[in-house]
Design a protein around this ligand. Structure first.
Ligand code: PDD
Length: 284
């Protein structure tokens, strides 16, 4: 049996239902997080909850728990589902009310849903790398909010899937922003470059872990926008994200990157990222 948390209550998944007038269902009016679980422990749980609070505040949703209360509920869900390696998906919508564009009154409370999924580490892809393609970033201008509205991401990701690629790299007028469901960095002459954390990208928690590792280890990194040309001429390309960790891109638009093998800096970051996971969650 798979348990879900619906508004603070642990229920059998088959007994959990959402009203058709939930604003998440009708408008995508809500925010979400995906948190990695290794060895039954949340990886960077606090950081994900901090981002959730800031996404919610950006669209005027008040989460009806303290961060500590929510974290406790997530831990209980993981324990109840005996999840060892996987993800927690959680979302808050603005709640249930007759379909009208303006926000409902304060009597309408947010709807909270969380559930878990078993997902192994993508070890073969981490070792061999993945393929990516490039497409226009047609999303809105508040990509820093982890909103339920993902159509721009989905359309791009579907193009990638149809091209036999794992990720779509997005660009606005020739400037690379991020992936459809990950952040992207390039390496040129030993220096890592990634888009600054502004409204054009989601400030990934894995991206932040990577930046902290670089600062600590003295690996040179700049947070500056880069062009499609710089992407094509990169020595190495890698993605960061909750489900992809530090993922080498070895083929871009059907052209080999770094000789078609994960580059040395990417591999070093993978090792250091894994060490960070193990520090928080034990051996993986
Ligand atoms: N996606 N950028 C986008 C657009 C994303 O959707 C994600 C994560 C990231 C990486 O963020 P983080 O390191 O915090 O996971 C960047 C999640 C996993 C998803 O939607 O499934």
């Amino acid at each position: 049996m798979l348990y879900v948390n619906l508004n603070g209550e642990l229920l059998d998944r088959n007994n959990a239902s959402i009203d058709i007038e939930d604003r998440g269902y009708q408008f995508g009016d809500g925010v979400y997080e995906v948190i990695r679980v290794y060895n039954g422990k949340l990886f960077t749980g606090n950081e994900h909850l901090n981002r959730l609070w800031s996404s919610a505040a950006s669209i005027g949703i008040t989460i009806p728990y303290t961060k500590q209360e929510l974290q406790q509920q997530l831990i209980e869900l993981v324990e109840k589902n005996r999840l060892m390696t996987g993800t927690i998906y959680l979302q808050f919508t603005r709640g249930i009310s007759p379909r009208k564009h303006p926000f409902p009154g304060d009597d309408v409370t947010p709807t909270f849903v969380a559930y878990t999924k078993e997902v192994g580490r993508p070890t073969a892809k981490l070792e061999n790398g993945v393929k990516a393609m490039v497409t226009e970033d047609i999303r809105w201008l508040r990509c820093d909010i982890k909103s339920l509205n993902l159509l721009g991401n989905l359309l791009a990701n579907q193009k990638a899937a149809e091209a036999g690629c794992d990720e779509a790299v997005l660009h606005r007028d020739g400037i690379v922003t991020e992936g459809s469901h990950s952040n992207i960095s390039i390496v040129k002459d030993g220096i890592i470059q990634t888009h600054p954390a502004n409204n054009f990208i989601l400030n990934g928690i894995s991206r932040q872990v990577m930046l902290e590792i670089c600062n600590r280890e003295g690996i040179q990194v700049v947070e500056e926008p880069f062009s499609l040309e710089a992407l094509a001429q990169a020595d190495e390309i890698f993605l960061t994200g909750t489900t992809v960790e530090v993922m080498p891109v070895v083929e871009l638009e059907a052209k080999m990157i770094a000789g078609g093998r994960p580059g040395t800096i990417t591999q070093r970051l993978q090792t250091l990222f894994k060490a960070e996971i193990e520090k928080q969650c034990g051996a993986v």
